[in-house]
Design a protein around this ligand. Structure first.
Ligand code: SF4
Length: 329
């Protein structure tokens, strides 16, 4: 018989069920996130990949309730936080943090590095005194590899990599369990990207953190993610372990995304880069059918009238595509 402890440990840290976020726009409802269900076990990373406008950042914000979902559930350790009131949410926010793409836009340029990192701790009274908050700030600077001599400088005096380290230190300051990393390396040089990715992975190991890692760049999520979902126009079209997705992508959109990654090996420089052609379907009140059909080389008549369900076609490998249900396109 299962004990209570075993029961609790089997509950994923984060789960969404049928999550939707629609925005009213001129002409109808924009389906930014449309019926997305994910699970992220504790201490694991879910990569969320897709082109700009696919709804991946909206998904991250809806999970944190930085924007209110239109429908569906967001469970944190099995409790639906969409039902939480303001004071329950205030408690919850300490456990869930976000790291932004451009740390400079999310920090006050008139505050010093130490003041920025200490800010959440002072607002939330998580330290017994101001001195304790600044002591912990110094420790956090060590954790993220930011030399203590930068404590009194201003963010505009630092390069992008160091500014992102400030953002990470601030996100860690309330000792969260879950962090949404929203394109955290997209604005950085390639050499700095690797440093920040390694830092995030080291911190995850040392602090037992759970990540949702959002990016438009599949090559960035390969090493950091345990599982990856690929989003297209608000929907999850493929979900698999990182290894399975890179070894055997099944959805035509994922295949096209992978083919579009430039080849780093100079001997392969003549390999043609695939470009995904075709017009993008409007996400405003989208008609039935596969949303990728207008760009899919394999689309058939059925694809334009019937929406494919996300179904498990191989163990742990989910695809929303008519090619795999045995009925043809
Ligand atoms: Fe292409 Fe049809 Fe599959 Fe959509 S359902 S990805 S249009 S083959």
């Amino acid at each position: 018989m299962m004990t209570n402890m075993e029961n609790v440990s089997n509950v994923p840290l984060i789960e969404t069920r049928g999550l939707k976020k629609f925005f009213k726009v001129r002409g109808g409802l924009l389906h930014a996130v449309d019926n997305v269900s994910i699970t992220i076990p504790a201490r694991k990373t879910l990569g969320v990949v897709g082109e700009s406008g696919c709804g991946k950042s909206t998904l991250g914000r809806a999970v944190l309730r930085l924007i209110e979902p239109t429908a569906g559930e967001v469970l944190f350790e099995g409790r639906d936080i969409t039902k939480f009131n303001r004071s329950q949410m205030r408690e919850m926010r300490r456990k869930m943090q976000i790291i932004f793409q451009d740390p400079y836009s999310s920090i006050n340029p008139r505050m010093s590095v130490a003041e920025i990192i200490a800010e959440y701790m002072l607002i939330n009274h998580t330290c017994a005194s101001k001195a304790e908050a600044f002591q912990r700030t110094a420790e956090l600077m060590d954790v993220v590899g930011l030399a203590r001599r930068y404590a009194n400088v201003y963010p505009h005096e630092l390069d992008g990599g160091r500014r992102q380290r400030i953002g990470i230190a601030r996100a860690l300051s309330l000792r969260p369990q879950f962090i949404v990393c929203d394109e955290p390396v997209s604005a950085l040089d390639v050499s700095i990207q690797a440093q920040i990715l390694n830092l995030l992975m080291d911190i995850q190991d040392n602090m037992g953190l759970t990540y949702m890692f959002i990016t438009h760049d599949l090559s960035v999520v390969k090493h950091i993610s345990d599982e990856i979902i690929v989003m297209y126009l608000g929907q999850c079209v493929e979900r698999a372990t990182s290894d399975a997705l890179f070894e055997k992508p099944l959805h035509p959109y994922t295949q096209a995304l992978l083919a579009a990654i430039p080849e780093p090996d100079i001997s392969m420089r003549n390999k043609p880069i695939q470009i995904i052609r075709g017009e993008v379907t409007s996400p405003v009140d989208p008609p039935p059918g596969c949303r990728f059909a207008s760009r899919c080389e394999k689309a058939g008549e059925r694809c334009h009238r019937e929406t494919p369900d996300l179904a498990e076609r191989e163990s742990g490998h989910w695809i929303a595509c008519h090619l795999y249900d045995g009925k043809g396109v």
